[in-house]
Ligand binder design. Structure first.
Ligand SMILES: [Mg+2]
Length: 456
């Protein structure tokens, strides 16, 4: 389809919230009530039936703020021919992040999430217009086309567009073989976190682990930080289920100070843990570097990224040798534009990208991202989290093969579309759940997720 003939004519923004905390999904040491939520944007066009969908992820309270931020940015692209936006996506990103609105929180925080939703909708629209899944649209780019999607401002001391083109030419030499593997669902191995949420009983964890081993999983991640005795018991259950060859990871969602992280993790060294995820504040780049250096002799690595706001922070984390895995988040960064920048930076520093995908819709988006990384950027196989909740809500749901590989997306677009029937129940505040007694009680509790304060 000629992108010059497609014009954005109107948009809608909807607040979608699933009460996932009621099933103990999304609960972690920092947040007692994880409620997977979307600020959900749709751009309608002059072409009947052609709609670009993009969303950003939030956690219950605050999703109204996200929706407001998306509403403030979305009008910027009205009445624009799609071709005028896609010709230079790096410039489109820069324009969205410029102007008066930049004062609010430049390339971080809620406006970064909103920028992501807007750009996700444009990438979705572009891929749908080209009748390709998003990963394939990007994998088919020439090195120059891929580099044009990136805003290199703040990166050129470490990576220039010319160096990026050179890197992509090099990996491009064997791209055809990897493309074939992607088409055969052999590009992205999965790891499992569904057994690891904090709210589950030991028996439930055992049951879920047994299922996961049957499904072919060999990598497992658990929430930790509950105290050494409790953590040892839970991690022991996993070791028991997966044996010595299974790979263990733990996640504490930012609860520790730097020295506390080092001392705690040293005492779990005998359990052979690949990495500790988010050991401390996501903003503490030098703290992560110190933790990594201190734990290296114990064979424990460090991972972070799901709250890392932009390419500049990832640049510094990599420069400081603070990471063993780059856990970029599909919505924390400014969509595919900035994700491509981080994929290139990670490839340059030789650190694997293991995207964060522990929430509704995240696997749907990240299966595109990991496939792009494997086929077109690093050329190396990594792993990607697979959580098994809420896939049924999506028009193009993510899935895994019987041998634990992610199914490569085939539907045109970025797999963002949520089934309309879901909104009747979970759109906030008018969906039937949020009008029920339980829903209203949750909405009216200003302390949802806070230890010692939550009343609902
Ligand atoms: Mg995490």
């Amino acid at each position: 389809m000629d992108l010059n003939t497609i014009t954005i004519t109107s948009f809608t923004v909807r607040d979608l919230r699933w009460p996932t905390s009621l099933d103990a999904i999304g609960t972690d040491p920092m947040n007692l009530a994880g409620e997977n939520s979307f600020g959900y944007l749709q751009y309608k066009t002059n072409v009947p039936g052609l709609i670009g969908t993009g969303w950003s992820f939030a956690n219950g309270q605050g999703n109204d703020v996200l929706c407001t931020a998306i509403r403030s940015l979305a009008p910027r692209l009205l009445n624009r021919p799609l071709a005028s936006l896609t010709a230079n996506m790096g410039l489109t990103q820069r324009k969205l992040q410029s102007g008066q609105i930049r004062f609010m929180s430049p390339e971080r925080g809620v406006l970064q999430l909103a920028t992501c939703a807007v750009l996700n909708a444009i990438w979705d629209l572009w891929a749908k217009a080209e009748k390709k899944p998003l990963w394939r649209l990007v994998a088919d780019f020439s090195p120059e086309e891929l580099v044009r999607a990136i805003d290199f401002r703040y990166l050129s001391d470490v990576l220039t567009p010319e160096q990026a083109v050179e890197m992509l030419r090099e990996t491009g030499k064997s791209k055809a073989e990897r493309l074939q593997l992607a088409l055969e669902n052999k590009a992205v191995p999965a790891y499992n976190t569904s057994a690891g949420w904090l709210g589950h009983s030991d028996d439930k964890v055992r049951e879920l682990l047994g299922q996961a081993v049957q499904q072919g999983f060999r990598h497992f991640k658990l929430k930790a930080g509950l105290g050494l005795e409790v953590d040892r018991k839970r991690l022991g259950l996993v070791r028991e289920a997966v044996g010595d060859e299974g790979v263990l990871m733990v996640d504490v969602n930012q609860i520790w100070d730097v020295d506390e992280a080092i001392e705690y993790m040293k005492q779990l060294a005998d359990l052979k843990i690949w990495f500790i995820e988010e050991p401390t504040s996501p903003d503490d780049i030098l703290g992560h570097a110190r933790i990594r250096a201190a734990l290296k002799p114990y064979g424990i690595g460090v991972a972070t990224g799901e709250h890392v706001n932009n390419r500049v922070m990832f640049k510094q984390l990599l420069q400081a040798h603070a990471l063993d895995a780059v856990q970029l988040d599909a919505c924390r960064l400014a969509s595919i534009n900035e994700i491509l920048a981080v994929l290139l930076l990670s490839a340059k520093f030789g650190v694997p990208v293991v995207p964060h995908s522990g929430g509704a819709g995240m696997v749907e988006l990240c299966s595109h991202i990991s496939t792009i990384d494997f086929v077109a950027v690093s050329g190396k196989k990594s792993i990607l989290e697979y959580t098994d909740h809420l896939h049924e809500a999506f028009e193009a749901p993510a899935a895994i093969t019987p041998d634990g590989m992610h199914v490569t997306p085939v539907a045109p677009g970025y797999s963002c579309d949520v089934k309309e029937s879901v909104f009747g129940e979970f759109e906030c505040p008018q969906g039937s759940f949020w009008r029920s007694a339980k829903g209203l009680e949750m909405l009216n509790d200003p302390w949802r997720g806070t230890l010692g304060e939550q009343t609902s």
